[in-house]
Design a protein around this ligand. Structure first.
Ligand code: DC
Length: 232
């Protein structure tokens, strides 16, 4: 392993965890970050933050120039979770729950398709590469943001399975939704994320692909830890 002391830079190791929503990459990434004692970047939260701020300020979701300007302002006023401060803060307010809504997710998927928006968020994301290491989860971590990552994982599952996971999460929170509608939403978001021109959702050529449709989280974590063990 090529870890360095207290600095930001390309010699700090990165493990990327990409995949569609509901593939379990968030949970797996958090577990990995805790086990290794590394930083964790939830890049989707950055896209959601920008979309949330755009909705709040009535910035049109297709106005690239205005969104890039908004990203510049946001970069000074947000805070992603750390082990000391676990909330996602925007202008001093905890916006964690606001970012998890389907409205915000759909808006994030639209703004994320704009090349200038992706470019604007690139430097933010690379800033998280700090010693002793980074677990970066998202859609294009292995293909675009950290192409030199030590290990690239791509987690996936069938759309119906991912929609059902989301359905169970919402039901658990007392929110009633139609499973059929959720499947359609998941498929629409997959299509938008994977068919866009700028950094589409896809595994890097050198990614380890794990389909967890028919297995539980414990087994996926075991497979991921095995891949990490072999790579570091
Ligand atoms: O992972 P998530 O559901 O929080 O992501 C929200 C949206 O942001 C998703 O629809 C696609 C976009 N996104 C992206 O395009 N690239 C990333 N690296 C992370 C998220």
């Amino acid at each position: 392993m090529c870890a360095s002391r207290n600095r930001t830079g390309v010699d700090v190791p990165v493990i990327t965890v990409d995949g569609p929503s509901g593939s379990g990459k968030g949970t797996i990434s958090q577990c990995l970050a805790e086990k290794l004692g590394w930083h964790h970047l939830d890049s989707g939260a950055l896209y959601r933050l920008l979309a949330y701020a755009a909705l709040q300020q009535a910035v049109p979701l297709d106005d690239e120039e205005a969104l890039v300007q908004l990203a510049g302002q946001l970069s000074k006023s947000y805070q992603l979770p750390t082990s000391e401060q676990p909330a996602i803060m925007l202008d001093g307010k905890d916006v964690g729950l606001d970012l998890r809504t389907e409205t915000c997710a759909a808006a994030a998927s639209r703004t994320a398709a704009l090349p200038a928006v992706r470019q604007a968020l690139l430097a933010w994301q690379r800033h998280y590469r700090q010693s002793p290491g980074l677990i970066a989860d998202g859609r294009d971590m292995g293909t675009t943001v950290f192409p030199d990552a030590t290990l690239k994982l791509y987690l996936t599952a069938r759309a119906e399975v991912r929609a059902e996971r989301r359905y169970n999460q919402l039901k658990h929170k007392g929110i009633n939704v139609d499973l059929g509608v959720l499947v359609k939403e998941v498929e629409a978001r997959d299509l938008r994320d994977s068919s866009r021109k700028a950094s589409p959702l896809m595994p890097a050529d050198d990614a380890v692909i794990l389909d967890n449709s028919d297995q539980d989280e414990a087994l996926t974590l075991q497979q991921v830890l095995q891949a990490v063990h072999e790579a570091l």
